[in-house]
Design a protein around this ligand. Structure first.
Ligand code: GAL
Length: 807
C-alpha cells in the first residue's frame, strides 16, 4: 500500500518535472514588472531608444500615479473621480533578450493600463488601447535586439477628465509579463475549456486549442492534453495529431472525468489542463489552463442552483481600487478583501463596472465566489464628457471579445453583464439604438461562450429598450426591491437577478439617533443634499440611505423571502475612492461599503454575518461613550439564539427577541457610564456574551497584523491595524490621534488609511490620524528575508511595536 503511494508520488514528481522542463524549453512567462523608468508629464522624443531616461524615477509595476498625488476639488477628475490628479505619464523599460530567444516569438502582455496606452518597442510603434480595463498583448518578435539593449516605451494618457464616475487610477496599474514561445504555439487565449455534460458521476470536458504557425512551411504536430486534478493526479488525457498547413488551426479534444470534484462556492475544486504541442520528440509549446467542473441553472421560479442544489448568490459589487494602494493591483490586497467578504457569508462578486484584473478571477476560482463579469458602464451615450463612449464605435467589439476570451475558462464566472445603467435603456419613440446594441453585444458573447447574459438596469419598466431587445437571459434590476415580488407580472416567464441593491450610507463608528428615523440623503436623486451632518458623516445604524436605495435590512428581508430572486449584488462590499454621495467636497470616497476603505467592517457587516453564516454572531453597538442621561439606542445583530438580554452595569435592560422578519433587536435606555453586557441564549442556555465599556482617555496604541509572516517576494503585504485604547484596553471611539509609523528591516510602508471618507492626508505617507479609534498601515515585503520591526508613535502615548517576519 505504502509502496504504491510512494511510487505514484515519484511518478507524479517525474511528470511534474517533465512538465517543468518542457515548460522552460517551450514557453516562458516572466514577470515584466521590475525596474521601469517613469515620468509624469509631457516628454519629447521619449519614444526613441536613444532617449536618456536616467533622471526619470525608477519603480516597479503595478503602479498608479494618481494615488500618489494630493487631493483637490480642482483636479479634472472631480471628487466623484476621487479628487486626485490624472495627466500623462511615460514608462520606459530597458531590457535584454538572450540569443537563445532568436527565432522565437516574444509577446508583451498588459493586464490593464488606465488609459489610452500607446506602446513602442525600439522606436517602433506597436499600437494603442484606449480601454483602461482590458488586457492586451503585442508581438515584439520582429523588432527585438538579442544580447543588446531593447527599450519598451508606454505612454499613458489620462489627461482628459472626467472620464469615469469613480476613481480610476492612472498608469500601468496591473501586471505586465513577457511571454516567449516558439514559432508554433498556442495562441493568446488559445485554450477554451467547456464542460457540456456534468453529473456527480461523470463530466464531459472539451478542450479546444487554437494553434498558430508563424513558420512558412506547414507543420505536423501532436497535441497532447492531460487533465490533472487538484492533487496533481492525471484524470484524463488525449492525443491528437494534425498538420498545420496555414497560420492557425483549432484542435478539439474530448475527455471524460469520472467522479469529478465539483466546483462550488464551498468546495472550489480546480483542475488543470496541460496541453503539449510536439513535433516528433521536440516540445514546441506547453500551455496550462486552470478550470473547474460544475453545472448550474437559473430558473424563473426557483432561482439559481449550483450542482443541482438551490443556492442564493449573496454577492457584493466592488470597484477595482484597493483603498490606500489605489488601483495598483496586488494579489494579497484583493485576497484580503475576499477573505473578509467570505467571513461575512458573501459568495458573489460583481466586477462593477468593468473587466477585473485577471488575478481577481483566479482568487474567485480558488476561494469560491460566483462572479458577474461586467463589461461596460456606458455604450454610445456618454455618462461623462471624456468617457469610453468616445471609443465605443472603434473598440467595443474587440474589447468585449477579448474580455470573454480571457475570462471564459474561469469556473467562477457565471454571468456576463453587457452593461450597467446604460443610458440607451431610455429611448425616444422610433429609436432602436438600445435594442440593436444589446443584441449585438449579446451575440458577440454568445459566439464565444454560453453562460447567461444580463444587463444591470435602473429602468425596470418594460419600456426599457435593452430589456425589450430580448437579448438577455436574465433580467437584472438595480434597486427597486419593492418591485421584486411583482417581477413575474411585469416579465412573465423571465429569470431574475438583483444586479445591484441597497446603496445605504454609513460612516464607520458614527451613530445618529433616534436610530429608527430614516435619513434619505438627498431626498431625491436629482436634488441637492440640503440636510446631512456638518462633519460629513452618515449614521452606521443602517438608518441612512440614498433615495434610489434601501437600508441593508430592507432588501435583505425581500431577498430572503422570494425564491425567484436568484441572487443579489449589494452596492458595495468595500468603500471605494470617488463617488462620495451624498456629500460634496471635501468628501472624496464612498460611504456605501459594508466595510470601510481601510478594510474595517462597519456594524452592518455583522447583520450579513448573522443571516448568511452559521458562525455564532452577537454584535452590539454603538460604543458606550455618551452624555450622562442621554437616550441611547442599543442594537444587536445575532444568530443561533432565541433572545438577547442586555445588562447595564449589571442591571437587566430586558430581553429582546426578533419579531416578525426583523433581523435586529433594539433597547432604548438612558446613558450611564460603565459596562453594557449582552448575553444571547438558546433554549435558556447561554450562547455568546459581548461587553462594551465606557472608554476613558487614550492611553495606548494596540497593534495587530493580519499576518505576522509574509513572503520575501517584493509584493506580499501585512495589514497592521493601530487601535487607540484607554488604560483598560477599551477602544476610544472618537480617538483621532496623529500616528506616525516606521518600519525597520526588509519591508516598507505601501500605504496608510483610516477609513475616513474626508481625510485629506496622503495614502502614501507614513503618518495617519486615527479615525474613530482606528488606523491602518500596509506593510509591503522587500525581496530579502529578515525580521521587520513595525512601530507606531503618537504624541502623549507610549510607542507600540510589532515584529513581522519576511521569509
Ligand atoms: C448605481 C450605479 C453605481 C453607483 C451607485 C451609487 O446607480 O450603478 O455605479 O453609482 O448607483 O448608489
Amino acid at each position: 500500500m505504502h509502496k504504491i503511494k510512494y511510487l505514484s508520488c515519484i511518478l507524479l514528481a517525474v511528470v511534474n518535472l517533465q512538465i517543468a522542463v518542457a515548460q522552460n524549453n517551450s514557453r516562458k512567462i516572466e514577470s515584466f514588472n521590475q525596474n521601469w523608468k517613469f515620468y509624469l508629464g509631457n516628454a519629447t522624443n521619449a519614444t526613441e531608444s536613444s532617449f536618456d531616461d536616467a533622471k526619470w524615477r525608477t519603480l516597479n509595476l503595478p503602479h498608479d500615479w494618481s494615488i500618489e498625488g494630493s487631493f483637490s476639488k480642482d483636479h479634472p477628475a472631480t471628487p466623484g473621480g476621487g479628487a486626485l490628479p490624472g495627466g500623462t505619464g511615460w514608462y520606459r523599460k530597458t531590457f535584454t533578450i538572450p540569443q537563445t530567444s532568436k527565432g522565437k516569438s516574444v509577446f508583451i502582455n498588459f493586464d490593464g493600463v488606465y488609459r489610452n496606452s500607446e506602446v513602442w518597442i525600439n522606436g517602433h510603434y506597436l499600437g494603442k488601447r484606449p480601454n483602461g480595463y482590458i488586457s492586451f498583448q503585442y508581438d515584439l518578435s520582429d523588432y527585438l535586439n538579442f544580447d543588446k539593449a531593447n527599450v519598451l516605451v508606454v505612454k499613458v494618457d489620462n489627461a482628459e477628465q472626467p472620464n469615469s464616475r469613480w476613481y480610476s487610477g492612472s498608469g500601468i496599474y496591473r501586471n505586465v509579463s513577457l511571454i516567449t514561445t516558439g514559432k508554433v504555439f498556442v495562441d493568446k487565449y488559445g485554450s477554451h475549456i467547456t464542460t457540456p455534460a456534468v453529473s456527480e458521476q461523470k463530466a464531459e470536458v472539451v478542450v479546444k486549442t487554437t494553434l498558430k504557425n508563424k513558420l512558412k512551411e506547414s507543420q505536423k504536430v501532436i497535441v497532447k492534453t492531460i487533465l490533472y486534478n487538484a492533487k496533481g493526479k492525471t484524470v484524463a488525457e488525449a492525443t491528437a495529431s494534425t498538420v498545420l498547413s496555414g497560420t492557425s488551426a483549432e484542435i478539439t479534444q474530448n475527455f471524460n472525468v469520472a467522479n469529478p470534484s465539483l466546483w462550488s462556492d464551498v468546495t472550489p475544486s480546480l483542475y488543470k489542463a496541460v496541453t503539449r504541442i510536439q513535433s516528433g520528440s521536440a516540445v514546441l509549446d506547453q500551455y496550462e489552463t486552470s478550470f473547474g467542473i460544475r453545472y448550474f441553472s437559473f430558473d424563473k421560479d426557483k432561482g439559481f442552483s449550483l450542482n443541482g442544489k438551490l443556492l442564493k448568490i449573496k454577492g457584493v459589487c466592488n470597484h477595482h481600487d484597493l483603498g490606500a494602494l489605489g488601483s495598483a493591483f496586488n494579489v494579497r490586497a484583493a485576497q484580503r478583501q475576499l477573505e473578509l467578504l467570505k467571513k461575512m457569508g458573501c459568495n458573489g462578486i460583481r466586477t462593477s463596472h468593468n473587466p477585473p484584473a485577471p488575478q481577481l478571477l483566479d482568487l474567485c476560482d480558488q476561494m469560491g465566489f460566483i462572479v458577474m463579469d461586467e463589461a461596460f458602464d456606458m455604450w454610445k451615450k456618454e455618462k461623462n464628457k471624456f468617457d469610453y463612449h468616445l471609443d465605443w464605435d472603434e473598440w467595443h467589439v474587440r474589447d468585449l471579445e477579448d474580455q470573454v476570451m480571457r475570462d471564459r475558462n474561469h469556473p467562477c464566472v457565471f454571468i456576463w453583464s453587457i452593461g450597467n445603467e446604460i443610458p440607451e435603456q431610455w429611448s425616444k419613440e422610433g429609436d432602436s439604438t438600445g435594442r440593436i446594441i444589446a443584441r449585438e453585444l449579446a451575440s458577440i458573447v454568445r459566439k464565444l461562450d454560453n453562460r447567461p447574459i444580463t444587463s444591470a438596469n435602473n429602468e425596470v419598466n418594460p419600456s426599457n429598450s435593452i430589456i425589450q431587445s430580448g437579448a438577455l437571459d436574465l433580467i437584472g434590476y438595480n434597486y427597486n426591491h419593492d418591485k421584486f415580488g411583482k417581477f413575474h407580472e411585469t416579465y412573465p416567464g423571465k429569470k431574475f437577478i438583483a444586479s445591484e441593491t441597497v446603496s445605504a450610507l454609513q460612516t464607520r463608528g458614527h451613530y445618529d439617533m433616534p436610530s429608527d428615523s430614516m435619513r434619505i440623503w438627498p431626498t431625491a436623486w436629482d436634488k441637492p443634499l440640503l440636510t446631512g451632518n456638518a462633519d460629513l458623516t452618515c449614521s452606521a445604524y443602517d438608518n441612512c440611505r440614498t433615495p434610489w436605495g434601501s437600508t441593508h435590512e430592507e432588501t435583505l428581508k425581500v431577498f430572503a423571502n422570494l425564491d425567484h430572486v436568484s441572487g443579489m449584488f449589494i452596492w458595495t462590499g468595500f468603500d471605494y475612492l470617488g463617488e462620495p454621495t451624498p456629500y460634496p467636497w471635501p468628501a472624496r470616497s464612498s460611504y456605501f461599503g459594508i466595510i470601510d476603505l481601510a478594510g474595517f467592517p462597519k456594524d452592518v457587516y455583522y447583520l450579513y454575518q448573522s443571516v448568511w453564516t452559521d458562525k455564532p454572531v452577537l454584535h452590539i453597538f454603538p460604543h458606550w461613550n455618551w452624555k450622562a442621561g442621554q437616550t441611547v439606542d442599543v442594537w444587536a445583530y445575532f444568530n443561533n439564539a432565541d433572545e438577547v438580554e442586555l445588562y447595564l452595569n449589571g442591571k437587566s435592560q430586558g430581553v429582546r427577541k426578533k419579531t416578525n422578519d426583523d433581523m435586529h433587536v433594539v433597547w432604548r435606555l438612558p446613558f450611564e457610564a460603565g459596562t453594557l453586557k449582552a448575553v444571547s441564549r438558546k433554549g435558556g442556555k447561554e450562547v455568546l456574551t459581548k461587553e462594551i465599556s465606557t472608554a476613558g482617555k487614550a492611553a495606548k496604541i494596540v497593534l495587530t497584523a493580519d499576518r505576522n509572516k509574509i513572503k520575501a517576494n517584493g509584493v506580499d503585504l501585512s495589514f497592521v491595524t493601530a487601535k487607540i485604547v484607554d488604560a483598560n484596553g477599551n477602544m476610544v471611539p472618537d480617538a483621532d490621534n496623529q500616528l506616525s509609523f516606521t518600519v525597520k528591516g526588509e519591508a516598507f510602508i505601501a500605504g496608510v488609511d483610516n477609513g475616513s471618507p474626508t481625510s485629506m492626508e496622503s495614502f502614501k505617507d507614513t503618518n495617519r490620524k486615527a479615525f474613530n479609534g482606528l488606523a491602518l498601515a500596509i506593510v509591503q515585503a522587500k525581496n530579502k528575508s529578515g525580521k521587520v520591526i513595525f512601530t507606531a508613535n503618537a504624541e502623549g502615548l507610549p510607542s507600540a511595536s510589532l515584529e513581522l517576519i519576511v521569509e
